[in-house]
Design a binder for this molecule. Structure first.
Ligand SMILES: [Zn+2]
Ligand SMILES: [Zn+2]
Length: 288
């Protein structure tokens, strides 16, 4: 099993050193992990900042910690990743950073739309106030299209994160209503060779992983080249949460394998049969 999206204490919002996350992975029977801390840092005023030199020094140091973890846990494959937030004014620094630091894997994300953080914090409701459901969702998917157009990453994180709080404001999220916005994004991903992830942090938001089942089907049909799986955990105690549901979703949407990365290239795939065996074993032990 793999976990290709988690944060440790080198992310502004993460807790616990890398070795504690490695131990949580081993305890859950996970064989390969990729630490994907946020590039940007949270300032004392609650805003996020991206400074090239700070990021370079921190991620080179995280790379050292990844090297130490590989020595400490020889049976665990540990990869160096990063999660980049799309902001037009940050893309140059990010492009420089990913050229300088030897990342295995880079996630691209949209958390902030029109200056509002839609994924948490005090601003999340302000984005939705004064917008209809269609305005809010369409605006988010337009930003996702801009993220893919930039393209400085390997896989889009939590494709429909807007549903995390959108469902509280407007009720259930129906992706078919936004197919006109979603489909061109998926086609652009396929054309650029950008993959998609199943992100199980949605279990504590809309109650299902991101993205929705239909989005995963459309992504596969559009030729999106890779599917990764991650929990987006920010502390060791939740490291493997939702993986069982994530694998069920991958199977139901017809994907045949999960992909892992090394040096920014898709290297190995895990068959869904193997993933399902891991999930059945974990479910038997009473864990999700
Ligand atoms: Zn994220
Ligand atoms: Zn994340």
């Amino acid at each position: 099993m793999i976990n290709y999206h988690f944060h440790d204490d080198r992310s502004s919002d993460g807790v616990g050193p890398l070795h504690e996350h490695c131990e949580a992975a081993i305890a859950a029977g996970i064989r390969e992990i990729c630490v994907t801390n946020h590039a940007e840092v949270l300032g004392p005023d609650g805003s996020w900042y991206a400074d090239y030199h700070e990021m370079r020094d921190r991620f080179l140091s995280i790379g050292d910690s990844v090297g130490e973890a590989r020595l400490l846990y020889p049976d665990l494959v540990v990869r160096l990743g990063i999660e980049l937030e799309y902001r037009p004014e940050w893309t140059r620094a990010f492009d420089r950073l990913t050229a300088e630091v030897p990342f295995d894997f880079v996630l691209g994300s949209v958390h902030i739309v029109d200056g509002f953080n839609i994924s948490g914090g005090p601003e999340k409701d302000r984005f939705f106030e004064g917008r209809t459901q269609d305005e809010a969702y369409a605006r988010y998917f337009r930003e996702l299209a801009a993220l893919v157009e930039w393209g400085g990453f390997d896989v889009v994180s939590h494709f429909d994160l807007i549903a995390r709080y959108g469902h509280r404001h407007y009720g259930a999220y129906e992706p078919s209503r936004y197919r006109g916005e979603i489909q061109p994004v998926l086609e652009a991903m396929a054309a650029r060779g950008v993959g998609i992830e199943i992100n199980t942090s949605g279990m504590s938001g809309p109650g299902v992983p991101y993205p929705a089942h239909d989005v995963l089907v459309w992504a596969r049909e559009a030729g999106v080249p890779a599917l990764t799986l991650g929990t987006d955990s920010h502390r060791p105690a939740t490291f493997a949460d939702g993986l069982v549901e994530g694998i069920a979703l991958a199977e139901d949407s017809g994907w045949r394998e999960l992909t892992s990365f090394e040096g920014r290239r898709a290297t190995a795939t895990m068959s869904m049969e193997r993933a399902a065996r891991w999930a059945a074993d974990r479910a038997k032990r009473g864990r999700n």
